[in-house]
Write a protein that binds this ligand. Structure first.
Ligand SMILES: [Ca+2]
Ligand SMILES: [Ca+2]
Length: 500
């Protein structure tokens, strides 16, 4: 066979193969046995608020079908776990916006009615071709093509969500640009505001961008940033250190009320939250009643031990602290009350302390976290008394001034009405309680030191006898701690609070 003949034979074979494949496949696939295939999908919005009106959700999807083409298409959103659903079933012709029924882009809109149940609504797509082959695509199938499957239905106004940027640290003269990250679940437009920013910085009310150039002040600032949706605002607070090294020691304060007796097994549990180890030391202070002289019982901080990163230690008050300091037990001055200030000398530590006395429920308090870097001046401390304003209940507030300078204490007294009641201040002007020395504690009697001088008849019985007190300590860089105690009321005893 010639070369030419061989080439012709090859051409004929190829042609035969071509016809075989084309005709054969027509015969083989002459019946449409395949359901439509969902290629891609998206819907918008992903969250609807049904408080005020019906809400429309628009779904765009691309579907292919071999051979007969898409005929019917249904988009259904169903509240998970219920029968509640909204859907729109349309003919493909009505919703085809581009392409054809074998490869087309479709748009389907559903209406979520006002007052619909809130929660997550799951999307289900069904599509049928012209001969009845059906596709059903739910969350699993949608996930397989990276398509969304959950519609969030909400009602009412949700507050903005603001991400706390955490402690900021800059040098003098730095140029600053910090974007506050916030969003609103309802899609409301947010406006931003800030208080306490270091001089030179400001926040864009529409952008949430904090920018500017820092001055030469070396200080720690307590910054409060708020984002408002027009009716509700959400705030975050963080510290801004300008030319100040981050705190290397955390200060934790614990009060012992008559719990310094060895038999009471009084302890402090400390937790080092840092990733680095730190040296634990303690200073011991008296806790005198008003008029008494507060003083420190340690000449220098007492070293206790090194605390490893992410570690806890169980410190015995009598054996580990008071005995080594030569303090005779039990300590009976000032009603036997003591305040202890622990410092963990680790990097970037935020610590926790818990006080425990085995025989005294009132000696047990929840974990406390008290930042050592302080900047707010003055400090406001709030304390609540529930029916604890009777003289026989021996109600008191223990105050601690952690500042290195003395501060004047004032108090304002407010009612604590039930919801619906009107609240009011019972003090015509803040009542002065005198000065609190640096690093000192004070035991303030509610009845004798506050209510009687204010001329408030006791026991106070309006509003169920409940009162709120706001203490202010005017001192440098103070952060304060208040603890409420009523001897006969377990519920009158509260942990120390740190309130910036
Ligand atoms: Ca088909
Ligand atoms: Ca909102």
């Amino acid at each position: 066979m010639s070369l030419k003949g061989s080439r012709n034979l090859h051409k004929e074979t190829s042609l035969a193969l071509f016809f075989y494949l084309v005709l054969g496949s027509s015969l083989l696939f002459g019946q449409d046995g395949s359901p439509p295939v969902l290629v891609s999908l998206d819907f918008s919005p992903k969250l609807v608020n049904v408080s005020d009106s019906d809400q429309t959700v628009t779904t765009d999807l691309r579907i292919t079908d071999n051979l007969s083409g898409v005929n019917q298409l249904s988009v259904l959103f169903k509240k998970s776990g219920t029968q509640t659903a909204v859907s729109d079933s349309v003919t493909a012709a009505a919703s085809l916006i581009s392409g054809d029924f074998q490869d087309g882009i479709y748009r389907v809109q559903v209406t979520v009615r006002r007052f619909s149940p809130t929660g997550n609504w799951i999307l289900i797509i069904t599509a049928t071709d012209s001969v009845g082959n059906a596709l059903v695509c739910d969350a699993t199938c949608l996930a397989a093509i990276n398509a969304p499957s959950t519609l969030v239905v909400t009602a009412g106004n949700s507050p903005p969500v603001v991400t706390n940027p955490g402690t900021q640290s800059n040098g003098n003269g730095d140029s600053v640009s910090l974007q506050i990250q916030a969003s609103d679940p309802d899609g409301d437009t947010l406006t931003y505001s800030a208080i306490g920013l270091p001089p030179g910085l400001s926040i864009g009310s529409n952008s949430g961008l904090i920018s500017g150039t820092l001055g030469l002040n070396s200080e720690t600032y307590a910054v409060f940033v708020s984002a408002s949706d027009g009716s509700i605002s959400t705030s975050v607070n963080f510290q801004w250190l300008v030319n100040v090294a981050e705190a290397s020691g955390t200060v934790l304060v614990a009060n012992f009320m008559n719990g310094n007796n060895e038999s009471l097994n009084s302890r402090v549990y400390l937790w080092n939250t840092s990733e680095s180890s730190g040296n634990v030391s303690v200073r011991v202070f008296t806790l005198p009643i008003r008029g008494g002289t507060p003083q420190e019982l340690t000449n220098t901080p007492l070293d206790i031990r090194t605390l490893r990163a992410k570690s806890a230690v169980n410190i015995k008050l009598a054996e580990d602290i008071l005995a080594p300091l030569g303090i005779v037990l039990p300590y009976t001055t000032d009603g036997g009350n003591l305040t202890l200030e622990f410092t963990i000398g680790a990097t970037g530590v935020g610590g926790s302390a818990q006080v425990f006395s085995s025989s005294l429920a009132l000696g047990t308090y929840p974990l406390q976290e008290i930042p050592s870097t302080a900047s707010v001046n003055p400090t406001v401390l709030a304390a609540h008394f529930m029916n604890g304003n009777n003289a026989s209940l021996n109600s008191r507030v223990y105050l601690w001034n952690p500042s290195a300078s003395a501060g004047n204490i004032t108090v304002r007294v407010f009612t604590l009405p039930l919801s619906g009641g009107s609240n009011q201040e019972l003090t015509p002007a803040p009542l002065s309680l005198g000065a609190l020395a640096a690093k000192s504690a004070l035991n303030v009697k509610l009845i004798e030191d506050i209510l009687i001088p204010l001329g408030i008849p006791t026991p106070y019985t309006t509003d169920g006898g409940n009162l709120t007190l706001e203490f202010t300590i005017t001192a440098e860089n103070v952060r304060g701690i208040a603890q409420v105690f009523s001897s006969d009321l377990a519920f009158g005893t509260y942990p120390m609070q740190v309130i910036q």
